[in-house]
Design a protein around this ligand. Sequence first.
Ligand code: ZN
Length: 231
Amino acid sequence: MLDFYYQIKAQSTEHGRFSNWAFPPLFSGKVTAENKKAAKLLIEEEYGRKFPLRVLEKDLANEHYLLNIQEIKDDDERTKGLFELRECMQCGQQFRTIDLYNDHNEIYKGREYCGHRCRELHRLENIGDQGEGWGRKSRPMIYQITNIATGLSYIGKTTQVFTLRWYQHFYQGGSCKFHQAIKTSKAEDWEFRILETAVAPEGIDKNQYLLDRERYWIEKLNTIENGYNSL
Ligand SMILES: [Zn+2]
């Protein structure tokens, strides 16, 4: 028995295209049969209608669909890969590219993500992820938020995108003295600054390292007694 990859193509509704047939196909799938002819019969049985394998220019007005069947050769990793279960690079969910091909609401047709949404999320989370730049994702950082009206500041640490932490302080504040100060001030009174990118040296626990660096800065700038840090 042989595996056959088939595509049911529909006529393109866009004018001026190179081909009369739209991509992606209306439906793509796989059947197992003795030969191409048997494969065609199986497909036609499944759809309850006949499909032409060729459509001449003069028949385009009457033939709206075209069936393309090709044997999947052993070394054709590209086609075989369409049917393999993969793990989405963003959410970890399993998916098959062939299902993306057949989902006409899905604009992503690749092999790395389960869909457009995950590809976009991945792109957004990894902006600046190339090289050693400061914007690199999830870089642990020690930051200082200073009230320029009072001159007092707060030292914090984060492993998230630092602007997110900044946002959280301002919109999800608690009852500590820092959040009380935020509540009774204007946004323009505050200045945000990165004191240090705190990447732990090889062999040192990264959370402990981050805590140590935070404590170092809190002591150095005396922000418990003379600032907004609490014990
Ligand atoms: Zn996903």
